[in-house]
Write a protein that binds this ligand. Structure first.
Ligand SMILES: [Zn+2]
Length: 233
């Protein structure tokens, strides 16, 4: 399988679905990790240009941990809006990966970049297939399954499927620790120690699924993406 994770910012995939991406990679899937935004507002000490460069490196380091291909959609923080231009950028991300499965934000997460990413990915996942929508990349060759990952801290999210990440929990933390610039930022902005935060949510989802650590997902069920089988690990 080819699996594409699309998070709004560099660190969202690490927080919300890296344990599952690590499992896909471990089990032989080709994994792509896209951050829609460059992360250029996520700092109290650097300029926008500096922090964007730092976070680009961090995202690449994190992807490297599981041998994933990093992608960036070419948008800045806070500028993800649902319009034709952004839609086309997401179409191009999907076309580069030509995935069987996409994981992205749920439509009701806490940040407008997350909510709009979710909407854009839903729209683009179908449109990327249309040959007559011409961009610099060839049309993708299949309609991918679409899954929504957990919301931040699990708020307003009821998982329908769980992935046991007990064996990839350390990898998930390792990937998050590549986001060095964000560890202090999250603590300052949200009083949140990222590794503890990640562990607590995974433990809670794991408790629900009767395993040590888990991540929760909801499939966007739609015609004609075969609904008869489980595709998550
Ligand atoms: Zn984010």
């Amino acid at each position: 399988m080819k699996v594409l994770g699309i998070g709004a910012h560099p660190d969202d995939l690490e927080i919300l679905c890296a344990g599952t991406l690590a499992r896909f990679a471990k089990e032989g899937s080709e994994v792509y990790m896209c951050h829609v935004c460059d992360g250029n507002k996520g700092s109290m000490e650097h300029t926008s240009e500096e922090i964007a460069e730092i976070r680009d490196k961090e995202a690449k380091e994190s992807a490297k941990v599981i041998g994933a291909t990093p992608l960036w959609a070419g948008i800045s923080d806070g500028e993800v809006v649902v319009d034709i231009k952004s839609r086309e950028k997401i179409i191009d991300v999907i076309r580069q990966a030509d995935p069987d499965l996409i994981i992205t934000h749920s439509p009701n997460d806490y940040h407008s970049d997350h909510v709009n990413t979710s909407k854009l990915v839903f729209e683009a996942s179908y449109l990327a297939n249309l040959k007559l929508w011409e961009t610099e990349y060839d049309a993708s060759t299949k309609l991918p399954y679409l899954y929504y990952m957990d919301n931040l801290a699990g708020i307003k999210f009821e998982p329908q499927e769980y992935v046991d990440i007990t064996d990839t929990m350390d990898t998930k933390i390792e990937m998050m620790l590549k986001m060095q610039s964000q560890l202090g930022w999250l603590e300052e902005m949200h009083n949140c120690k990222a590794p503890d935060f990640i562990k607590t949510v995974a433990e809670f989802r794991g408790f629900q699924a009767a395993v040590k650590y888990a991540e929760g997902f909801v499939q966007h069920k739609m015609y004609p993406q075969g609904l008869t089988k489980r595709v998550l690990p």
